[in-house]
Ligand binder design. Structure first.
Ligand code: WTA
Length: 659
C-alpha cells in the first residue's frame, strides 16, 4: 500500500453539514436521505418512474420502467418518447427562465458573452435547421471537435434536437485519435473550429480534422462544419466544408425537436480501457437526461439564484453532464470558460469566481493541487486575495482527492463555509454515484462518502460477496440505474466482458478498488485494471504502449503509472530500442523524439513523463513482463521482491535511469 493511501485511511477528521445548507436543501438532513434510499430500495421501478415523470417532459409517456429481458443490456423507459434538447431549452420558454442568462462565456483573453435561455434556444434551432438543410438525419453520427465555446454547447444541443448521435473528441487529442474515433463511430458529419485558443496560444483544429479525414476510412463524412473562432488560415475543401455562420444564416429560429425513444442513443464518448483501443461508451437519451438533472438538483442542491461553474471541457463526460445537459435542464445560469487556470495569472479561477459571483464551483483535484503550489509561489494571486464569498458549494471530480488538497480547497477556496463534495463517478455511470450531499452528509477529507439514493454500491470480492468494513475489494453497483452506459458502440461483447463479468453475479463492475469504513463511507483506492489517471484523464497503458511500438526506433515498450504530487499519476515508459542502448545526449534526444511522437499519436496528455531505456524488459521465464517490478522501479524504489523467477534480473539496474 502506498503512503498516500495509508494517510487517507488514517484520516479521521469529520465536518458536519452546515445548518444553512440543511434548510431548504433538495435532500434535507440524513433522515431525508435515508427516506429516499428506503423508497428506492423498497421498489426501484416505482422510485425511478416517479422521478422520470416528475422531472422530464415526455412527448409520449412510458409504460415500462426497466426492461431486463436482455440484461446486461438494460433499457429504461424504452416505450416513452422525449427530446433531450426540448427538456433543456423549450421547457423554459414561457417561464421566467426564458429571459434568464443561460451561459456566461468567458474567452481565453477575458471577453465575456452572455446568452439567455431564449437566445440559446434560437441559436440551437438555427444550427439544427442548418444541419438538416445539409441533409443530415436522425440516427447519423457527428464528431464534435471544438474549443470550449457557446458554439460547442449549441452543436451538442442541435444534434440532440435532431437525434443525431454526437461523439465529442477533446480538442487536445491528436488527428490520429480523432481519425480512430471518426472511423469507429461511422460519422457522416464533423463539427469543428478553425483554431482553439488556450493560454494565449492558438492551436489548429480544422487542420487536424483535414489530416484525420485524409487518413482513409472516413468516406462517410460528407460535411465539415467550421466555427470561425480566430480567423486563422485553414485549407478548404469545396462542397464538404461549410462555415458554421453560413450554415445558420437565414435559418428559422424555430426547429421542431424530434420525439425520440428514451433509449435512442444521445451520445457516444470514448474512454480508455485496458486494451489499446478506446471504448465508445454509449448513453441513452431519457436515462442520461434524468440522471444528469437529478444529480444537479441533489448533489449541487441547485437553486434558481445559482451561478454554476464546472471547469471541465465538453470533451470529457463531466462537460457533457455538468455543462451541456444537467445545468440547462435545471435552468441554471452557468459559466463556460475557454482558457486555462494559469493564464493570464494563476489567480484566473479566483478572479472569475469573484467577477461572476459563482455560487457552485466544480473542478478537479489536479487543478487544486497545481493551484495550491502556484498560490504559494505567487501570494498576490492566492485565493485569499479575492472575494470568494459568493461560493456556497465546492466540488471535486476525476480522481481521488488527497486530504491535504481537500483541506486546502476547503480552507482557502471554500473559506471553511462550503462543503467540499468529492463526487465519484465515471463516463460509464453518466453522472454522480457516490458523493456527499450538501445538506446531509458529514464530510471526511478523502472519502466520497455515501451512494446517492437508488444507487446500490458495494465492495465485493472475486466471487461477488460483500467484504467486511475496512477490507479492500472491487467497487460494484448491484442494481441498474437509468443513467448507466447502454453498450460499447459496435462491441457488445466487450461491454459484457468489461462491466458484467459472470463471476460477479451480474453486478456492474466499475474498475476501481474501494473499501468502506466503520460508518460505511466509501474510500476509492484507484483503478484495478491497466488504466492510469493522469490529471483526472483516463489513459490506458496499452494505448501508450501501442503508440510507442508504432515508432520505427522502438522494439518493445511497457508503460506503468507512478504517483505524482500534481497530476495524481504520471506515465513512465520502459523502452527497448531496435538499436544499441543509447546513452547521454543521444538517450535524451531519442526520449524527446518518443515523447513528441506519443503526443502526435494520442495527444499531449499521454506524453510519458519519464522514459527508461533497457536492452530488455524484466520478464518471467514464460515471457510475461513483470509490471509489478516496473512500478517499483518507476517510483525509484529499491526492488525488495524475490526476482529469482526473472529471466534477466540484471535488467532492473539498467531501467532505473530516467530520461
Ligand atoms: C476516477 C470522470 C476517486 C476513478 C467523471 C474512475 C475518482 C475514473 C473520482 C473515471 C473520485 C473519478 N474519487 N476516483 N471522486 N472520480 N475517479 O470516466 O478511477 O473520466 O473510475 O469519469 O476516475 O474517469 P472518467
Amino acid at each position: 500500500m502506498s503512503n498516500e493511501i495509508e494517510s487517507i485511511l488514517t484520516e479521521n477528521r469529520v465536518f458536519p453539514p452546515f445548518d444553512n445548507l440543511v434548510q431548504g436543501a433538495a435532500i434535507s438532513g440524513m433522515d431525508g436521505y435515508r427516506a429516499m434510499c428506503n423508497e428506492a430500495d423498497a421498489n426501484p421501478d416505482e422510485f425511478w418512474a416517479r422521478l422520470a415523470r416528475e422531472n422530464l417532459v415526455w412527448n409520449k409517456p412510458f409504460t415500462q420502467v426497466l426492461d431486463e429481458s436482455e440484461a446486461p443490456f438494460y433499457r429504461w423507459f424504452g416505450d416513452g418518447e422525449l427530446n433531450v434538447s426540448a427538456n433543456c431549452l423549450d421547457k423554459h420558454l414561457g417561464t421566467p427562465t426564458a429571459n434568464k442568462t443561460a451561459l456566461i462565456f468567458e474567452s481565453d483573453d477575458g471577453k465575456v458573452t452572455k446568452v439567455t435561455y431564449k437566445e440559446l434556444h434560437a441559436r440551437v434551432c438555427e444550427f439544427a435547421n442548418g444541419i438538416k438543410a445539409l441533409g443530415h438525419k436522425t440516427g447519423e453520427r457527428a464528431i464534435i471537435y471544438m474549443p470550449m465555446s457557446i458554439e460547442a454547447v449549441v452543436a451538442m444541443q442541435a444534434c440532440a434536437r435532431l437525434g443525431i448521435i454526437h461523439s465529442v473528441v477533446f480538442g487536445g487529442f491528436s488527428s490520429k485519435s480523432l481519425h480512430e474515433r471518426t472511423v469507429d463511430v461511422g460519422a457522416s458529419l464533423v463539427i469543428t473550429a478553425d483554431e482553439q485558443v488556450r493560454g494565449g496560444k492558438t492551436i489548429p483544429l480544422k487542420n487536424a480534422v483535414d489530416e484525420a479525414l485524409g487518413m482513409g476510412g472516413c468516406e462517410a463524412v460528407s460535411h465539415v462544419i467550421v466555427y470561425k473562432r480566430t480567423g486563422g488560415q485553414v485549407a478548404w475543401s469545396e462542397g464538404r466544408d461549410v462555415w458554421m455562420h453560413d450554415a445558420t444564416a437565414n435559418q428559422a429560429s424555430q426547429c421542431e425537436p424530434v420525439a425520440l425513444s428514451a433509449e435512442h442513443p444521445l451520445f457516444i464518448l470514448y474512454t480508455s480501457g485496458s486494451t489499446g483501443k478506446p471504448k465508445g461508451v454509449q448513453h441513452a437519451s431519457g436515462g442520461f437526461l434524468l440522471w444528469s438533472l437529478l444529480t444537479v438538483n441533489w448533489t449541487f442542491d441547485a437553486k434558481d439564484s445559482d451561478v454554476f461553474w464546472c471547469t471541465a471541457d465538453v470533451g470529457w463526460v463531466t462537460g457533457h453532464t455538468y455543462i451541456t445537459y444537467g445545468p440547462l435542464a435545471a435552468g441554471l445560469t452557468q459559466v463556460v470558460f475557454e482558457g486555462v487556470p494559469t493564464y493570464p495569472t494563476v489567480g484566473r479561477f479566483w478572479d472569475m469566481i469573484q467577477r461572476h459571483k459563482v455560487t457552485v464551483f466544480y473542478t478537479a483535484p489536479t487543478a487544486i493541487r497545481s493551484l495550491t503550489k502556484a498560490a504559494e509561489a505567487s501570494p498576490s494571486h492566492h485565493p485569499r486575495e479575492y472575494d470568494l464569498s459568493s461560493l456556497r458549494i465546492i466540488g471535486s471530480v476525476g480522481e481521488p482527492i488527497n486530504p491535504e488538497a481537500w483541506m486546502w480547497y476547503y480552507k482557502n477556496v471554500g473559506g471553511e463555509r462550503c462543503p467540499v463534495l468529492d463526487t465519484w463517478w465515471q463516463t460509464e455511470t453518466g453522472a454522480h454515484m457516490i458523493t456527499p450531499l450538501p445538506g446531509v452528509t458529514p464530510l471526511k477529507p478523502g472519502s466520497c462518502t455515501l451512494p446517492l439514493p437508488g444507487i446500490a454500491a458495494a465492495v465485493v470480492d472475486e466471487a461477488g460477496e460483500e467484504v467486511e468494513q475496512g477490507k479492500g475489494g472491487f467497487l460494484v453497483i448491484k442494481r441498474p440505474w437509468p443513467g448507466m452506459i447502454r453498450t460499447i458502440w459496435g462491441d457488445p461483447e466487450r461491454f459484457k466482458k468489461s462491466y458484467f463479468p459472470p463471476e460477479l453475479k451480474g453486478y456492474y463492475l466499475a474498475g476501481d478498488g474501494a473499501q468502506r469504513d466503520k460508518d460505511n463511507y466509501f474510500w476509492i483506492m484507484g483503478r484495478i485494471d491497466d488504466v492510469l489517471n493522469v490529471s483526472g484523464h483516463r489513459l490506458g497503458t496499452m494505448e501508450v504502449e501501442s503508440a510507442l511500438v508504432a515508432h520505427d526506433l522502438v522494439a518493445e515498450a511497457a508503460v506503468v503509472g507512478r504517483p505524482d504530487a500534481t497530476t495524481g499519476e504520471a506515465v513512465v515508459a520502459f523502452v527497448v530500442l531496435n538499436q544499441s542502448l543509447p546513452e547521454g545526449e543521444e538517450a535524451d534526444h531519442i526520449a524527446k523524439q518518443l515523447r513528441d511522437w506519443v503526443a502526435r499519436e494520442i495527444g499531449p496528455i499521454a506524453k510519458p513523463k519519464d522514459i527508461r531505456f533497457g536492452e530488455n524488459l524484466p520478464k518471467t521465464r514464460s515471457g510475461k513482463i513483470m509490471r509489478r517490478l516496473l512500478r517499483v522501479v518507476a517510483k525509484g524504489e529499491q526492488v525488495t521482491q524475490d526476482v529469482s523467477t526473472l529471466e534477466n534480473p540484471a535488467i532492473l539496474d539498467q531501467l532505473s535511469q530516467a530520461h
